[in-house]
Ligand binder design. Structure first.
Ligand code: GLY
Length: 337
């Protein structure tokens, strides 16, 4: 069972563990923030500093996901993210506000907070996406600093991986630490079981403005230049103020194929509750390739404009964090398998 002790500061009030909280949240009055995985608890707390004080949802999601981006113990978001097969940490992120404005960076290197660069792309350029060197140059021109994001632990994990160089995404790698490459007993790595995948965050503020953010270092040991779903508007994230928002985690190729987040928003537009919309999207993924679906994890998280959240995953183990004026909880999503 997950322990919250490592994530939350002492004195953090009553946060329910995942066990016993499987399923959709009750309707809750905004402001509300939801985000993927247990790392979402700390990220939600940062977002709540803004939402709880009447602030803007867009500011909240940016500040929120910067928490795991800056945490070297997490091995699949930002600083400390596992590198590609050439040993390079490449980051993907996108952000979207309540007026369909959006910004994205893909395959950006040596910049600690790609989500903030994505927001600047949205606000300062006529474009939506900047990639690679161009994204980095834009960041540097706007005051970001070049930093080495490859921690000694990630470098060690990469060198270990090179010994076999097998490329097979591992189910619920999100729930494992660097330890999946090591014997945890004899060679424990920072972060342990508290390492997770992509963080996707969705929020509604007290003025009913909805925003979302999504950020990741992508699949560990990916091919140089590979980009997953997370920075792709409509795949890893979509926000529609008329309906709601959705975000995704897991193997991005499968999410891109079905434009997952946008699909879920459209299913909610048709009248489905968030959990049901996520489930239908997961079922569509299975229908396309039932054999492959058994071997991978994909999780979806949705929030409708009324403040109801729900999630669904292929495999057991996908958790999501919710914070509002009424609750602060880590839920375990239902799953097909
Ligand atoms: N969902 C993250 C990725 O596939 O890169």
């Amino acid at each position: 069972m997950l322990s919250l002790g490592n994530v939350l500061a002492e004195g953090t009030p009553n946060i329910d563990e995942a066990a016993g909280n499987t399923g959709a949240t009750q309707s809750t009055t905004p402001p509300i923030v939801v985000s993927t995985w247990k790392m979402g608890l700390a990220a939600n707390q940062a977002a709540w500093e803004i939402l709880g004080n009447g602030g803007y949802a867009l500011d909240a999601v940016e500040v929120g996901v910067r928490v795991p981006e800056g945490d070297p113990k997490g091995n699949s978001v930002g600083y400390g993210g596992l590198p590609d097969r050439d040993g390079r940490v490449t980051l993907d992120a996108c952000i979207m506000d309540e007026r369909y404005n959006c910004g994205s960076v893909m395959c950006i290197e040596q910049i600690m907070h790609p989500i903030s660069v994505a927001r600047l792309v949205m606000e300062k350029t006529p474009h939506i996406v900047l990639v690679g060197e161009g994204a980095q140059r834009f960041a540097l021109a706007n005051g970001f600093k070049k930093e080495n994001l490859l921690t000694p632990e990630s470098e060690k994990a990469w060198k270990e991986w090179l010994k076999t160089a097998q490329y097979k995404p591992i189910i619920n790698i999100e729930n494992q630490g660097y330890g999946y490459l090591y014997n945890k007993e004899t060679d424990p790595m920072p972060g342990g079981v508290d390492n997770h995948d992509t963080i996707g965050m969705l929020a509604i503020d007290s003025q009913a403005r909805m925003s979302g953010a999504c950020t990741t270092s992508g699949l560990a040991f990916k091919m140089q230049g590979r980009v997953g779903d997370s920075p792709i508007i409509g795949a890893g994230l979509y926000v529609d103020p008329e309906v709601g928002a959705a975000t995704a985690t897991g193997v991005g190729e499968e999410v891109i194929r079905m434009v997952g987040a946008h699909l879920i928003v459209e299913l909610m537009r048709q009248g489905h509750q968030p959990e049901q919309a996520c489930k239908l999207a997961i079922e569509r993924l299975i229908k396309r390739n039932p054999v492959h679906a058994k071997d991978i994890q994909v999780g979806f998280l949705a929030l409708n404009k009324a403040g109801q959240a729900g999630a669904y995953a292929l495999q057991p183990g996908f958790t999501y964090a919710v914070k509002s004026g009424q609750e602060e909880k880590l839920y375990t999503a239902k799953s097909i398998y």
